[in-house]
Ligand binder design. Structure first.
Ligand code: FE
Ligand code: FE
Ligand code: ZN
Length: 282
């Protein structure tokens, strides 16, 4: 069973996203918890959240594919290791507020880009990210927070598995923290998922632990291997290619994980990519 979905717009609320996902043949999806580049979040409508939960449950019961957990995405502007106090404060406020709102959709994931240390050094960056997580994550929450694997562009933290492992090491509520692996990012970071996927997954297992891996972002890359760039391409139109992506999503060690497309597409394009990936056999 493949769990495939894509990044939906939350402009029309939760239930509308669920309906669109079903129309696209998706059985998971992602959404921004608020404007990806801005600040203020809309108030949650608890009835809308309930409507989405029952839509997902009934979809499974009605014979549609059962859903994997949803993978919410924090705004790109969230940077816990900025050198500016107001940016760090925003990160704090934003994640705390988002996680409170995620409680209306219990049992799902909240993914974020660990941050950019902007010249303060990787160790200091990791320390600030860990502090944020320890300030905000509570043992009672029903959301698992995911660190996204990054391409290592600029001063990004999370381009190496070791950096993610170090953050996780410092987090107190270990059962509330996990990782989301992005194919474009790891490829751009220099992990050879085309030629040596088994080796990359063994390395991830050794450094972080495959048990921590909760979700996958499925993107082709506009840039060559190891470029540290992070520009997503449609599936089969980039330097990773359909075969490597098909092998990735079908790898037995990744079975059951939600696979989220973040490719440059609209509805029709995502629907096509989902069909193409469901039809792909290794
Ligand atoms: Fe992301
Ligand atoms: Fe991603
Ligand atoms: Zn990206």
């Amino acid at each position: 069973m493949l769990y495939l979905g894509y990044h939906l717009s939350s402009a029309n609320g939760f239930e509308a996203m669920g309906k669109e996902a079903l129309l696209a043949g998706a059985n998971t999806f992602a959404f921004f918890t608020r404007n990806p580049r801005g600040g203020k979040a809309k108030d949650i409508d608890p009835d809308d959240a309930k409507a989405l939960i029952s839509l997902i449950l009934n979809a499974g019961a009605a014979g549609a594919l059962p859903f994997a957990p949803l993978v919410a995405h924090a705004p790109y502007t969230l940077n816990p290791c900025s050198d500016k106090a107001n940016v760090r404060e925003f990160a704090h406020m934003c994640m705390a507020d988002d996680l409170q709102r995620m409680e209306y959709l219990p049992g799902n994931y909240y993914n974020f880009h660990p941050g950019s240390h902007v010249g303060q050094g990787i160790e200091r960056g990791i320390e600030m990210i860990t502090n944020l997580l320890n300030d905000i994550i509570t043992p009672e929450q029903n959301t698992i927070v995911l660190l996204e694997t990054m391409s290592g562009k600029g001063s990004e933290v999370g381009g190496r598995f070791e950096e993610l492992a170090q953050i996780i090491d410092g987090v107190q509520c270990k059962d509330k923290i996990g990782v989301c692996m992005d194919t474009c990012h790891v490829h751009d970071a220099g992990y050879d998922i085309i030629g040596d996927l088994d080796g990359v997954l063994e390395e991830f297992d050794r450094v972080v632990g495959l048990g921590r891996l909760r979700a996958l972002h499925i993107n082709d890359s506009k840039n060559p291997f190891g470029s540290h760039k992070d520009r997503h391409a449609c599936i089969g139109e980039g330097s990773i290619g359909l075969d490597a992506i098909g092998r990735f999503i079908n790898h037995p060690k990744l079975a059951g994980l939600p696979c989220i497309l973040e490719t440059p597409n609209e509805f029709e394009g995502y629907k096509r990519e989902i069909e193409m990936l469901r039809a792909y056999s290794v």
